[in-house]
Design a protein around this ligand. Structure first.
Ligand SMILES: [Zn+2]
Length: 217
């Protein structure tokens, strides 16, 4: 997809179904979107629709499903998002149909790298918070944060480092040979006016990270 207009149009259309998924009564329980690509990377958005965590309802992290799908196209990566509310006993790494689909996918496919996309509240004043709990090549993560900083306001490891989440679950797994990075995205990358230039910049940085990661692992 080369034309700018095509990318933003697809991005907005992707987003529509997550708004529909947020209409609780009309969603199929435990529904996920799983799009498989040939590449080594998987993009996940576990909070693309409303979640129920520890009995409390948490709002959808809007646009994260669309971001995951758009990055799936630009990076030629596989994509896993939630289409109906997740019920998480404790956190995003708690077992439910979404997590089971993730584990089955990681075991069945040659996935080497996971970008786990979340929504960061505007109160943090950041564009991107990178989390890498348990990631085995910290120097690569430093390079990723530096690369992102050229265009975005970035924090590494704070307020979130990916601990107690999908990122640490994958990085610390003894039977899944993949690395995971958590990307908490602030309002700039999750709004009606997010532009294709930012989406392509994010794509380029993540591709450089993917290439560096595959060289060392
Ligand atoms: Zn989240």
């Amino acid at each position: 997809m080369e034309r700018e207009a095509d990318l933003t149009q697809a991005h907005h259309i992707f987003d529509l179904k997550y708004r529909l998924g947020d209409l609780r009564a009309s969603s199929v329980e435990g529904a996920t979107l799983l799009r498989l690509a040939d590449g080594p990377t998987l993009i996940t958005a576990p909070h693309s629709v409303t979640q129920v965590r520890a009995g409390r309802e948490k709002p959808a992290e809007f646009w994260t499903g669309a971001i995951a799908e758009t990055l799936g196209i630009t990076l030629k990566a596989s994509v896993l998002t939630a289409l109906s509310p997740r019920v998480e006993v404790e956190n995003a790494a708690s077992s439910d149909p979404f997590l089971q689909t993730l584990i089955v996918t990681l075991r069945a496919r040659a996935i080497r790298l996971v970008f786990d996309v979340h929504g960061l509240s505007g109160t943090h004043g950041l564009d991107i918070n990178v989390g890498s709990a348990g990631f085995r090549e910290p120097n690569l993560v430093d390079d990723l944060a530096k690369d992102l900083t050229a265009c975005f306001s970035v924090a590494l490891g704070k307020p979130y480092n990916g601990g107690g989440s999908i990122t640490s679950l994958i990085n610390r797994s003894t039977d899944i040979d993949a690395g995971a990075i958590q990307l908490e995205l602030g309002p700039r990358l999750r709004s009606d006016t997010t532009n294709s230039s930012d989406l392509w910049t994010l794509t380029a940085v993540l591709r450089r990270f993917e290439e560096a990661f595959l060289r060392v692992r």
